[in-house]
Design a protein around this ligand. Structure first.
Ligand code: DAH
Length: 341
Protein backbone atom coordinates (compact mmCIF):
# COMPACT_ATOMS: atom_id res chain seq x y z
CA UNK A 1 0.00 0.00 0.00
CA UNK A 2 2.80 2.37 0.90
CA UNK A 3 4.66 1.43 -2.23
CA UNK A 4 1.59 2.28 -4.28
CA UNK A 5 1.18 5.62 -2.52
CA UNK A 6 4.83 6.53 -3.10
CA UNK A 7 4.62 5.57 -6.74
CA UNK A 8 1.47 7.64 -7.31
CA UNK A 9 2.95 10.66 -5.59
CA UNK A 10 5.82 10.69 -8.11
CA UNK A 11 3.42 10.48 -11.02
CA UNK A 12 1.19 13.16 -9.51
CA UNK A 13 4.14 15.51 -9.25
CA UNK A 14 4.88 14.83 -12.90
CA UNK A 15 1.28 15.63 -13.86
CA UNK A 16 1.21 18.85 -11.86
CA UNK A 17 4.39 20.10 -13.44
CA UNK A 18 3.37 19.01 -16.97
CA UNK A 19 3.43 22.15 -19.14
CA UNK A 20 2.75 21.24 -22.78
CA UNK A 21 3.90 23.53 -25.59
CA UNK A 22 1.96 21.97 -28.44
CA UNK A 23 -0.46 19.25 -29.49
CA UNK A 24 2.30 16.64 -29.75
CA UNK A 25 3.12 17.14 -26.04
CA UNK A 26 -0.55 16.68 -25.18
CA UNK A 27 -0.74 13.49 -27.22
CA UNK A 28 2.43 12.13 -25.58
CA UNK A 29 0.82 12.83 -22.18
CA UNK A 30 -2.32 10.97 -23.21
CA UNK A 31 -0.36 7.93 -24.34
CA UNK A 32 1.83 7.91 -21.21
CA UNK A 33 -0.97 8.25 -18.66
CA UNK A 34 -4.29 7.38 -20.27
CA UNK A 35 -3.37 5.16 -23.23
CA UNK A 36 -4.21 1.43 -23.39
CA UNK A 37 -0.69 0.64 -22.10
CA UNK A 38 -0.47 3.80 -20.02
CA UNK A 39 0.29 4.27 -16.35
CA UNK A 40 -3.34 4.30 -15.16
CA UNK A 41 -3.87 0.88 -16.77
CA UNK A 42 -0.58 -0.45 -15.40
CA UNK A 43 -1.37 0.59 -11.83
CA UNK A 44 -4.81 -0.92 -12.21
CA UNK A 45 -3.07 -4.17 -13.18
CA UNK A 46 -1.06 -4.07 -9.96
CA UNK A 47 -4.22 -3.86 -7.85
CA UNK A 48 -4.36 -7.63 -7.74
CA UNK A 49 -1.23 -7.60 -5.50
CA UNK A 50 -2.89 -5.41 -2.89
CA UNK A 51 -4.16 -7.43 0.11
CA UNK A 52 -7.93 -7.67 0.37
CA UNK A 53 -8.46 -5.43 3.44
CA UNK A 54 -6.69 -2.56 1.71
CA UNK A 55 -8.26 -2.97 -1.70
CA UNK A 56 -10.92 -0.35 -1.09
CA UNK A 57 -8.47 2.33 -0.05
CA UNK A 58 -6.14 1.47 -2.94
CA UNK A 59 -9.08 1.74 -5.35
CA UNK A 60 -9.92 5.21 -4.11
CA UNK A 61 -6.30 6.31 -4.50
CA UNK A 62 -6.18 5.01 -8.01
CA UNK A 63 -9.50 6.70 -8.92
CA UNK A 64 -8.31 10.06 -7.64
CA UNK A 65 -5.11 9.65 -9.62
CA UNK A 66 -6.99 8.77 -12.80
CA UNK A 67 -9.24 11.79 -12.38
CA UNK A 68 -6.22 14.03 -11.97
CA UNK A 69 -4.69 12.75 -15.20
CA UNK A 70 -7.98 13.16 -17.11
CA UNK A 71 -8.51 16.69 -15.85
CA UNK A 72 -5.03 17.73 -16.83
CA UNK A 73 -5.54 16.22 -20.29
CA UNK A 74 -8.89 18.04 -20.71
CA UNK A 75 -7.33 21.35 -19.66
CA UNK A 76 -4.80 21.08 -22.52
CA UNK A 77 -7.36 20.61 -25.31
CA UNK A 78 -7.11 24.21 -26.54
CA UNK A 79 -3.65 23.33 -27.89
CA UNK A 80 -5.14 20.45 -29.89
CA UNK A 81 -7.97 22.47 -31.49
CA UNK A 82 -5.65 25.38 -32.25
CA UNK A 83 -3.51 22.99 -34.27
CA UNK A 84 -6.57 21.67 -36.11
CA UNK A 85 -7.46 25.23 -37.05
CA UNK A 86 -3.95 25.98 -38.29
CA UNK A 87 -3.79 22.77 -40.32
CA UNK A 88 -7.17 23.15 -42.04
CA UNK A 89 -7.61 26.93 -41.95
CA UNK A 90 -11.04 26.30 -40.49
CA UNK A 91 -12.67 25.64 -37.19
CA UNK A 92 -14.47 22.37 -37.66
CA UNK A 93 -16.33 22.87 -34.41
CA UNK A 94 -18.31 25.82 -35.85
CA UNK A 95 -21.90 25.11 -36.98
CA UNK A 96 -22.28 24.94 -40.77
CA UNK A 97 -23.56 27.88 -42.77
CA UNK A 98 -27.00 27.81 -44.44
CA UNK A 99 -27.27 26.74 -48.07
CA UNK A 100 -28.30 29.79 -50.09
CA UNK A 101 -31.75 29.20 -51.60
CA UNK A 102 -32.89 30.90 -54.79
CA UNK A 103 -36.43 32.11 -55.41
CA UNK A 104 -38.93 31.37 -58.12
CA UNK A 105 -39.54 34.24 -60.49
CA UNK A 106 -42.91 35.91 -59.71
CA UNK A 107 -44.07 35.45 -63.32
CA UNK A 108 -43.31 31.74 -63.11
CA UNK A 109 -45.20 31.41 -59.85
CA UNK A 110 -48.27 33.11 -61.30
CA UNK A 111 -48.04 31.14 -64.55
CA UNK A 112 -47.92 27.96 -62.48
CA UNK A 113 -51.01 28.92 -60.50
CA UNK A 114 -52.96 29.93 -63.62
CA UNK A 115 -52.13 26.60 -65.27
CA UNK A 116 -52.93 24.72 -62.04
CA UNK A 117 -56.38 26.32 -61.76
CA UNK A 118 -57.32 25.24 -65.31
CA UNK A 119 -55.78 21.79 -64.93
CA UNK A 120 -58.17 21.18 -62.05
CA UNK A 121 -61.11 21.45 -64.46
CA UNK A 122 -59.66 19.23 -67.16
CA UNK A 123 -57.49 21.52 -69.28
CA UNK A 124 -54.10 20.20 -70.35
CA UNK A 125 -50.98 22.22 -71.11
CA UNK A 126 -49.88 22.88 -74.69
CA UNK A 127 -46.95 24.94 -75.97
CA UNK A 128 -45.76 26.13 -79.37
CA UNK A 129 -42.75 27.80 -80.99
CA UNK A 130 -41.79 31.42 -80.26
CA UNK A 131 -40.63 31.90 -83.86
CA UNK A 132 -43.83 31.45 -85.80
CA UNK A 133 -44.97 31.63 -89.41
CA UNK A 134 -47.49 34.13 -90.68
CA UNK A 135 -50.19 31.47 -91.03
CA UNK A 136 -50.24 30.40 -87.38
CA UNK A 137 -49.73 33.86 -85.91
CA UNK A 138 -52.09 35.82 -88.21
CA UNK A 139 -53.73 34.41 -91.31
CA UNK A 140 -55.34 31.30 -89.84
CA UNK A 141 -56.67 33.45 -86.99
CA UNK A 142 -58.88 35.27 -89.46
CA UNK A 143 -56.34 38.04 -89.98
CA UNK A 144 -55.40 38.03 -93.68
CA UNK A 145 -52.40 40.05 -94.90
CA UNK A 146 -54.19 43.36 -95.29
CA UNK A 147 -56.33 43.05 -92.18
CA UNK A 148 -56.22 46.24 -90.08
CA UNK A 149 -56.18 44.23 -86.82
CA UNK A 150 -52.57 43.36 -87.56
CA UNK A 151 -51.77 46.94 -86.58
CA UNK A 152 -52.93 46.17 -83.03
CA UNK A 153 -49.75 44.16 -82.61
CA UNK A 154 -46.47 45.72 -83.72
CA UNK A 155 -44.61 42.73 -85.00
CA UNK A 156 -40.95 41.74 -85.03
CA UNK A 157 -40.25 40.14 -88.41
CA UNK A 158 -37.49 37.53 -88.46
CA UNK A 159 -37.72 37.24 -92.24
CA UNK A 160 -40.07 38.43 -94.97
CA UNK A 161 -41.23 36.24 -97.82
CA UNK A 162 -41.68 33.74 -96.36
CA UNK A 163 -42.82 35.66 -93.30
CA UNK A 164 -41.39 34.43 -90.03
CA UNK A 165 -42.25 36.45 -86.96
CA UNK A 166 -41.66 36.40 -83.23
CA UNK A 167 -45.16 35.39 -82.16
CA UNK A 168 -47.18 38.38 -81.01
CA UNK A 169 -49.59 36.34 -78.91
CA UNK A 170 -50.12 32.79 -77.69
CA UNK A 171 -53.20 32.52 -79.92
CA UNK A 172 -50.74 30.99 -82.40
CA UNK A 173 -50.68 27.91 -80.14
CA UNK A 174 -54.49 27.73 -80.44
CA UNK A 175 -54.00 27.51 -84.20
CA UNK A 176 -51.40 24.78 -83.90
CA UNK A 177 -53.57 22.72 -81.56
CA UNK A 178 -56.59 22.97 -83.89
CA UNK A 179 -54.33 21.87 -86.72
CA UNK A 180 -52.91 18.85 -84.92
CA UNK A 181 -55.82 17.53 -82.87
CA UNK A 182 -59.52 16.78 -83.18
CA UNK A 183 -62.25 18.05 -80.84
CA UNK A 184 -62.93 17.79 -77.98
CA UNK A 185 -60.03 20.14 -77.29
CA UNK A 186 -59.35 21.67 -73.88
CA UNK A 187 -55.94 23.30 -73.53
CA UNK A 188 -54.17 26.04 -71.61
CA UNK A 189 -51.09 27.48 -73.37
CA UNK A 190 -48.57 29.54 -71.39
CA UNK A 191 -45.66 31.23 -73.13
CA UNK A 192 -43.58 34.26 -74.03
CA UNK A 193 -44.67 36.68 -76.75
CA UNK A 194 -42.96 39.62 -78.47
CA UNK A 195 -44.05 43.03 -79.73
CA UNK A 196 -42.14 45.90 -81.24
CA UNK A 197 -42.85 48.33 -78.41
CA UNK A 198 -40.67 50.96 -76.81
CA UNK A 199 -39.77 49.71 -73.35
CA UNK A 200 -41.36 51.68 -70.51
CA UNK A 201 -43.02 51.04 -67.16
CA UNK A 202 -46.22 50.06 -68.99
CA UNK A 203 -44.94 48.31 -72.14
CA UNK A 204 -42.22 45.85 -73.00
CA UNK A 205 -40.92 44.19 -76.12
CA UNK A 206 -41.50 40.76 -74.60
CA UNK A 207 -44.02 39.56 -72.06
CA UNK A 208 -46.05 36.46 -71.22
CA UNK A 209 -49.53 35.22 -71.96
CA UNK A 210 -51.74 32.27 -71.14
CA UNK A 211 -54.15 31.20 -73.83
CA UNK A 212 -57.15 28.96 -73.22
CA UNK A 213 -59.14 27.03 -75.80
CA UNK A 214 -62.16 24.77 -75.44
CA UNK A 215 -63.86 23.21 -78.45
CA UNK A 216 -66.62 20.61 -78.27
CA UNK A 217 -70.24 20.09 -79.27
CA UNK A 218 -72.57 22.66 -77.68
CA UNK A 219 -69.98 24.86 -76.01
CA UNK A 220 -71.70 28.16 -75.25
CA UNK A 221 -70.93 31.67 -74.07
CA UNK A 222 -72.36 30.63 -70.69
CA UNK A 223 -69.58 28.00 -70.45
CA UNK A 224 -67.02 30.69 -71.21
CA UNK A 225 -68.39 33.00 -68.51
CA UNK A 226 -68.63 30.27 -65.90
CA UNK A 227 -65.11 28.97 -66.61
CA UNK A 228 -63.59 32.43 -66.33
CA UNK A 229 -65.62 33.23 -63.24
CA UNK A 230 -64.26 30.03 -61.65
CA UNK A 231 -60.74 31.15 -62.57
CA UNK A 232 -61.20 34.57 -60.99
CA UNK A 233 -62.54 33.23 -57.70
CA UNK A 234 -59.67 30.71 -57.47
CA UNK A 235 -57.06 33.33 -58.33
CA UNK A 236 -58.35 36.41 -56.53
CA UNK A 237 -60.86 35.11 -53.99
CA UNK A 238 -64.60 34.49 -53.72
CA UNK A 239 -65.60 38.14 -53.26
CA UNK A 240 -64.10 39.28 -56.57
CA UNK A 241 -66.69 40.46 -59.10
CA UNK A 242 -66.38 40.12 -62.87
CA UNK A 243 -67.87 42.01 -65.76
CA UNK A 244 -67.73 41.42 -69.50
CA UNK A 245 -67.51 44.28 -72.00
CA UNK A 246 -68.15 43.78 -75.74
CA UNK A 247 -64.92 43.98 -77.72
CA UNK A 248 -63.37 42.96 -81.01
CA UNK A 249 -60.88 40.25 -81.94
CA UNK A 250 -60.74 38.82 -85.48
CA UNK A 251 -60.59 35.22 -84.22
CA UNK A 252 -63.67 35.38 -81.97
CA UNK A 253 -67.30 36.29 -82.51
CA UNK A 254 -68.76 37.57 -80.29
CA UNK A 255 -65.71 38.96 -78.46
CA UNK A 256 -65.40 40.42 -75.00
CA UNK A 257 -62.95 41.80 -72.53
CA UNK A 258 -63.25 40.80 -68.92
CA UNK A 259 -62.68 43.08 -65.94
CA UNK A 260 -62.50 42.15 -62.27
CA UNK A 261 -63.37 44.36 -59.33
CA UNK A 262 -60.19 46.03 -58.09
CA UNK A 263 -58.53 43.75 -55.53
CA UNK A 264 -56.52 46.61 -54.04
CA UNK A 265 -59.23 49.17 -53.19
CA UNK A 266 -62.24 46.84 -53.41
CA UNK A 267 -63.92 49.24 -55.85
CA UNK A 268 -63.57 52.58 -54.09
CA UNK A 269 -60.87 53.77 -56.49
CA UNK A 270 -57.06 53.65 -56.48
CA UNK A 271 -54.05 53.88 -58.81
CA UNK A 272 -54.29 50.27 -59.99
CA UNK A 273 -57.86 50.64 -61.25
CA UNK A 274 -57.30 54.26 -62.27
CA UNK A 275 -60.17 55.17 -59.94
CA UNK A 276 -62.72 53.15 -61.91
CA UNK A 277 -63.01 50.24 -59.46
CA UNK A 278 -62.36 47.74 -62.29
CA UNK A 279 -59.23 46.22 -63.86
CA UNK A 280 -59.14 44.52 -67.23
CA UNK A 281 -57.50 41.09 -67.14
CA UNK A 282 -58.22 39.29 -70.40
CA UNK A 283 -59.73 39.09 -73.88
CA UNK A 284 -62.07 36.28 -74.85
CA UNK A 285 -64.86 35.15 -77.11
CA UNK A 286 -66.47 32.34 -79.09
CA UNK A 287 -64.06 30.91 -81.67
CA UNK A 288 -64.86 32.47 -85.06
CA UNK A 289 -66.41 29.98 -87.55
CA UNK A 290 -63.81 31.03 -90.13
CA UNK A 291 -61.07 29.90 -87.82
CA UNK A 292 -62.74 26.53 -87.25
CA UNK A 293 -63.08 26.11 -91.03
CA UNK A 294 -59.40 26.95 -91.51
CA UNK A 295 -58.63 23.79 -89.56
CA UNK A 296 -61.36 21.59 -91.02
CA UNK A 297 -63.51 21.68 -87.90
CA UNK A 298 -67.18 21.88 -88.92
CA UNK A 299 -68.72 25.00 -87.25
CA UNK A 300 -72.18 23.44 -87.68
CA UNK A 301 -71.14 20.62 -85.34
CA UNK A 302 -68.59 22.20 -83.05
CA UNK A 303 -68.36 25.48 -81.18
CA UNK A 304 -65.71 26.72 -78.82
CA UNK A 305 -64.48 29.53 -76.66
CA UNK A 306 -61.03 31.02 -76.29
CA UNK A 307 -59.38 33.53 -74.04
CA UNK A 308 -55.97 35.11 -73.62
CA UNK A 309 -54.56 36.80 -70.55
CA UNK A 310 -51.32 38.60 -69.75
CA UNK A 311 -49.28 36.91 -67.02
CA UNK A 312 -47.57 40.21 -66.13
CA UNK A 313 -51.00 41.79 -65.69
CA UNK A 314 -52.19 39.10 -63.26
CA UNK A 315 -48.88 39.28 -61.38
CA UNK A 316 -49.11 43.07 -61.22
CA UNK A 317 -52.58 42.84 -59.69
CA UNK A 318 -51.55 40.12 -57.24
CA UNK A 319 -48.34 41.77 -56.04
CA UNK A 320 -48.86 45.43 -57.01
CA UNK A 321 -45.77 45.63 -59.16
CA UNK A 322 -46.11 48.92 -61.02
CA UNK A 323 -43.17 48.80 -63.43
CA UNK A 324 -43.06 46.06 -66.10
CA UNK A 325 -39.30 46.43 -66.50
CA UNK A 326 -38.69 44.97 -63.04
CA UNK A 327 -39.61 41.51 -64.30
CA UNK A 328 -36.61 41.26 -66.61
CA UNK A 329 -33.94 43.28 -64.83
CA UNK A 330 -32.93 40.41 -62.55
CA UNK A 331 -32.45 42.75 -59.63
CA UNK A 332 -32.16 40.45 -56.63
CA UNK A 333 -33.67 43.12 -54.36
CA UNK A 334 -36.86 42.78 -56.41
CA UNK A 335 -36.72 38.99 -56.75
CA UNK A 336 -35.99 38.38 -53.04
CA UNK A 337 -39.33 39.91 -52.13
CA UNK A 338 -41.00 36.81 -53.55
CA UNK A 339 -39.11 34.41 -51.32
CA UNK A 340 -41.27 32.02 -49.28
CA UNK A 341 -44.38 32.73 -51.34
N1 DAH B 1 -54.54 37.31 -78.56
C1 DAH B 1 -55.14 38.42 -77.88
C2 DAH B 1 -54.09 39.46 -77.54
O1 DAH B 1 -52.93 39.16 -77.56
C3 DAH B 1 -55.80 37.96 -76.61
C4 DAH B 1 -56.99 37.11 -76.89
C5 DAH B 1 -58.24 37.67 -77.04
C6 DAH B 1 -56.85 35.75 -77.00
C7 DAH B 1 -59.34 36.91 -77.29
C8 DAH B 1 -57.96 34.95 -77.26
C9 DAH B 1 -59.21 35.56 -77.40
O2 DAH B 1 -57.89 33.63 -77.36
O3 DAH B 1 -60.28 34.79 -77.64
O4 DAH B 1 -54.43 40.58 -77.27
Amino acid sequence: MQELQAQLRVFEAEIHSFDPKNAADVEAFRIRFLGTKGIVKQVLGEMKNVPVPQKKEAGQLLNAFKQLAEEKYASCQHLVSEVKMQDNHQDISLPGSDLPLGTRHPLRMIEKSIVGIFEKIGFSVATGPEIEDDWHNFTSLNMPADHPARDMQDTFYVSQNPDWVLRTHTSSVQARIMESSKPPIRVICPGRVYRNETISARAHCFFHQCEGLYIDKQVSFADLKQTLYYFVTEMFGKDTKVRFRPSYFPFTEPSAEMDISCTVCGGSGCNLCKHTGWVEILGCGMVHPNMLRNFNIDPEVYTGFAFGMGVERITQIKYQVNDLRLYSQNDVRFLRQFQNL
